[in-house]
Design a protein around this ligand. Structure first.
Ligand code: MG
Length: 236
């Protein structure tokens, strides 16, 4: 899991360094798949329930599951990149959101708060705590800054499969849900909007938009529960 996480993180880092205004989103997909193969990994999203690409690229009012293609990335776009790979039988899954070029202060705050919400969730991910403690930590942080958490999509257990039990919602009640135990590996992924939490599905059956077309941000790490602080696996 550590090796898969590390490889996944290094692909995402390369994508973050590569993104430029004027680029087609399909160029990012090409980078993701070729870098994954170079590291000995296999992109997990490609073919998953028929998803046609190795990477999800979700821009502005798109929350998750954007399909790379001919769309050109522009200055001021808010771009979420979500990538997963399988390496020697284990999965890594990680995401981040980047403001391309100059973005306004409220947009930077949305991105910052989403990243912090992931960190708050990781802090709550401790042996003996429950999934609801993670959910609560994420929701509280987001809502205290006037943003909203998406409810229809959640984090998840991860291991040999990309999606395993338990579901890890980004909203909930403390002290509820499955108990977290040392050795469990889960992917936490707050999806946050600048407006309403509701979403709608695009005509392609994949891309998830905010229902009110407000901006969205998404950060994700694969982590392992330990006796102390959780270990983040999707780091270089
Ligand atoms: Mg995930």
């Amino acid at each position: 899991m550590r090796d898969a996480g590390k490889a996944t993180a290094s692909v995402l880092k390369l994508l973050a360094l590569s993104i430029r205004p004027g680029m087609k989103t399909s160029e990012l997909d090409t980078i993701a798949s070729s870098e994954a193969l170079k590291l000995g990994g296999k992109p997990s999203f490609k073919g998953f329930r028929g998803f046609p690409a190795s990477l999800c690229v979700s821009i502005n009012n798109e929350v998750v599951h954007g399909i790379p293609g001919d769309r050109i990335i522009s200055e001021g776009d808010v771009v979420s990149l979500d990538f997963g790979l399988k390496l020697r039988g284990f999965q890594g899954d990680t995401a981040l959101t980047i403001g391309v070029g100059k973005i306004n202060p409220k947009t930077s705050k949305l991105i910052k708060v989403t990243k912090e919400a992931l960190e708050a969730g990781i802090q709550a991910a401790r042996n003996g705590n429950r999934v609801g403690d993670i959910s609560t930590a994420i929701q509280k942080h987001v809502e205290s800054h006037g943003f909203a958490v998406v409810r229809e999509y959640t984090g998840h257990g991860i291991g040999r499969q990309m999606h395993e039990d338990p579901h890890v919602p980004n909203f909930g009640q403390p002290g509820t849900g499955p108990v977290l135990k040392r050795g469990m590996t889960i992917a936490l992924e707050p999806m946050v909007t600048a407006g309403d939490w509701r979403t709608r599905l695009g005509n392609d059956g994949w891309v998830v938009y905010t229902a009110d077309d407000s901006l969205a941000a998404h950060f994700e790490h694969t982590i392992a529960i330990t006796e102390g602080d959780a270990e983040i696996l999707t780091v270089n």
